[in-house]
Ligand binder design. Structure first.
Ligand code: C5P
Length: 418
């Protein structure tokens, strides 16, 4: 049965229209993700887009000539704009500026990108990116409504801080979310989403354990791996609850994120999210919390002694969720971040905590994994240990999501949530 994750983009072709905007640099990351899945990408760069990224960067990453001019004799003799508009399985406009969206809505054709978008009968996905006021302007609202009504697909925008330092809706969706939208659109008709009807609970990021109103105990976790796993499970059709400690990551729209600060809050949010078919606990939960949190800021007095902090052990969320009982998820997956004897430590930890799978990784400074974009995993299950090559965190997440999909029983064990 076909699925929409993994390497199903192999052999597919995307025509990527890069329009103007500071977010254009993220199109380069999207190309890397697409080509990494075996998808061919050719680019059309608008005059505005060329102010932000160069044809050479696009060409280097796609390995294909970049199209720019409408009335180019060479380009027309090699591939005319009509042929170009039909050459791909999907046209993706990323970033889609307010201008190109207005151009599409009005049906103008004053440059190669707009002509292709008018001439095509290929599905089109737009990833808008603009200042919040432009996004909220009545003209843009009307254009978006018109484009949606015409069947144009849309991913994002997200809410967040923009390049202009304003806050609001208008940020380009993150490249992994755009990739997931592309994969879903390119999935062959009748493709089965293997995790449809499933509920996945993910924890991610660090916890902050307060010392006083301004200080806390934290750790280096970036949350990237947990967020990537949450996105990958959602791309396979799962309903995802992402319980996240404080991180600087945007939440992909398809996910329900519950933000927490402390280990106690994380445990309460996980319990509230049950039942779940699968729980992947990727958070770096603080092992200890301060016994007595000072209600006022601890003061440094000249010549005074440093305060001594009594510590209490935090609840072990993984061990608690792994306990047998009616609410135990069918599959509980933990992480073991180790600096030595990685596999032996992780095996022992799996036994101790009672989870089904353990993903072990080496987080010693030499490995460069902590906070980075890659990970090297040893998957420990009842069947033994599987060593995965060093992969981007997104690819680790997709591989894990596929494994989870194959490991769950045929039909969901749970009633779908309201
Ligand atoms: O014991 P250690 O922190 O190495 O265990 C790591 C695994 O246990 C991770 O999956 C982590 O999310 C989980 N954990 C937890 N609650 C804790 C400590 C760790 O869920 N208090």
């Amino acid at each position: 049965m076909a699925t929409v994750a993994g390497h199903d983009l192999a052999g597919r072709r995307v025509l990527l229209v890069v329009s103007g905007g500071i977010a254009a640099y993220k199109a380069l990351e999207l190309i890397r993700l697409l080509t990494g899945q075996g998808c061919a990408v050719s680019c059309v760069l608008t005059a505005g887009g060329a102010q932000f990224v160069t044809p050479l960067s696009l060409q280097a990453l796609t390995g294909e000539a970049v199209h720019g001019a409408l009335f180019s004799l060479t380009e027309e003799s090699e591939m005319g704009h009509i042929a170009l508009s039909r050459s791909a399985d999907l046209i993706v406009v990323c970033p889609a500026s307010a201008n190109i969206l207005a151009t599409m809505a009005a049906g103008l054709s004053h440059d190669l990108a707009s002509t292709i978008l008018l001439a095509t009968d290929t599905p089109v996905l737009v990833a808008p990116a603009m200042n919040v006021r432009m996004w909220e302007h009545a003209a843009t609202r009307a254009n978006i409504a018109l484009l949606r009504a015409r069947g144009i697909h849309m991913v994002g925008p997200e809410e967040g801080v923009m390049a202009c330092n304003e806050y609001g809706l208008g940020r380009l969706a993150e490249p992994p979310a755009i990739l997931a939208a592309i994969a879903a659109l390119l999935a062959p008709p009748g493709t089965h989403l293997p995790l449809a009807g499933r509920h996945a609970l993910i924890t991610a990021g660090p916890t902050h354990e307060p010392i006083d109103p301004v200080r806390y105990i934290a750790n280096q976790s970036s949350g990237k791996q947990g967020y990537a796993i949450a996105s990958a499970l959602a791309a396979l059709g799962a309903r995802v609850t992402l319980v996240s400690g404080p991180v600087a990551l945007l939440v992909p729209r398809a996910l329900h994120r519950v933000t927490v600060r402390t280990a106690d809050e994380m445990l309460a949010a996980c319990r509230a999210a049950l039942p779940a078919d699968v729980a992947v606990l990727a958070a770096a939960v603080g092992d200890w919390r301060v016994e007595t949190v000072s209600p006022s800021k601890l003061k440094k007095r000249p010549g005074g002694a440093a305060p001594s902090l009594g510590l209490l052990a935090n609840p072990d969320i993984l061990a608690l969720l792994s306990r047998p009982g009616p609410l135990r998820p069918h599959l509980v997956v933990g992480f073991a971040a180790e600096t030595q004897e990685v596999v032996a430590e992780a095996r022992a930890k799996r036994q101790r905590k009672g989870c089904d799978w353990m993903l072990a990784n080496d987080v010693s400074a030499a490995s460069g994994i902590m906070g980075g974009d890659e990970n090297e995993i040893h998957l420990i299950t009842d069947d033994g240990v599987e060593h995965w090559p060093r992969l981007p965190k997104l690819a680790v997440a997709q591989r894990l999501a596929q494994r989870i999909a194959s490991a769950l029983p045929q039909s969901p064990t749970l009633e779908p949530h309201p």
